[in-house]
Design a protein around this ligand. Structure first.
Ligand code: ADP
Length: 277
């Protein structure tokens, strides 16, 4: 298998030599994904979907065949940010992802609901099952990079996704306030326990550039991204400003026009893998 890294815990290949006893689920037979990267956060609302979107947009612009699996089943915000309102179609053997204007493939609970503003009022096991089906039953085809917008936190649902999808790495998203607490540590510990390398830490809402004086203000407190990256041995950081343009573009379904420079260092680290060079 060309993509085999000889380490089943970090390899996306679905090959016959995959170690027995692993909880990793094989993808659909017509899925060939070189790398899967999970984007995680300690809680909702910190900008996990924004970071997933920016990384995917940058990857697609770089020329990589890119997908987004929106595993945030109860809070799916990816399709709206990309202005995708199409329903996913079923093929005979699986579910077909929908496409964004820029060609990114995506699947989200919102692509399956009859009305995209319907709430998903399911128990945890069903939610985890749906997230896993987005990996096992969706015909992703040939992708260089698949980003997984994880359910927030470290509970049952994120854990089961983390254990079942062959992840090459993870990116932790946080805000300056969260960094003070234990939240980042919990995400990092979960990744470590499951043998998934944390490739980057993204500090969202890190500062605000005053449009009048041009000065950067650290509204939610001093940045600790570098300090935490050092502490946990995380190789790349991103500091994403509070920028009303992000909210406006996400609300208008035009996130593909957003400035992706703040996530450049993390993207370069993801690229550092030989599988997608
Ligand atoms: P999560 O996925 O962690 O729940 P989202 O990425 O959906 O969070 O972000 C929540 C809301 O905050 C969205 O409306 C998003 O557009 C807005 N937002 C996130 N980060 C920023 C930012 N850096 N600047 C401006 N708005 C932001």
């Amino acid at each position: 298998m060309a993509d085999c890294t000889h380490d089943c815990s970090t390899c996306a290949s679905n090959c016959s030599s995959r170690k027995q006893g692993s909880m990793i689920k094989p993808p659909h037979a017509r899925t060939h994904v070189r790398r899967v990267v999970a984007v995680m956060s300690g809680k909702g609302g910190v900008g996990k979907s924004l970071v997933t979107s920016l990384l995917a947009v940058r990857a697609q612009a770089y020329g990589l065949k890119t997908g987004i699996l929106d595993a945030d089943i109860t809070g799916p915000s990816i399709p709206k940010a990309f202005g995708v309102h199409d329903r996913a179609l079923a093929a005979e053997d699986g579910i077909l992802p929908v496409g964004t204007a820029g060609g990114i493939k995506m699947i989200s609970m919102n692509s399956l609901l009859e009305h995209e503003d319907d709430p998903v009022v399911w128990r945890g096991s069903l939610i985890a099952g749906a997230a896993l089906q987005f990996w096992t039953d969706v015909v992703w085809g040939d992708l260089d990079l698949l980003f997984l917008d994880m359910p927030p936190g470290t509970g049952d649902v994120p854990l089961s996704v983390f254990q079942s999808v062959p992840l090459s790495g993870a990116v932790v998203v946080t805000t300056p306030q969260d960094l003070v607490g234990m939240i980042v540590k919990k995400n990092v510990r979960m990744a470590e326990l499951l043998n998934v390398p944390v490739l980057g830490i993204a500090e969202n809402m890190s500062y605000y550039v005053c449009p009048d004086c041009g000065k950067a203000h650290e509204i939610f407190g001093q940045s600790r991204a570098e300090e935490l990256a050092k502490k946990y041995g995380i190789p790349a950081t991103a500091r994403i400003p509070i920028d009303p343009a992000y909210t406006a573009l996400a609300d208008a379904g035009r996130i593909e026009e957003a400035d992706t420079d703040p996530v450049a260092e993390i993207f370069t680290r993801i690229l550092g893998s030989r599988e997608i060079k």
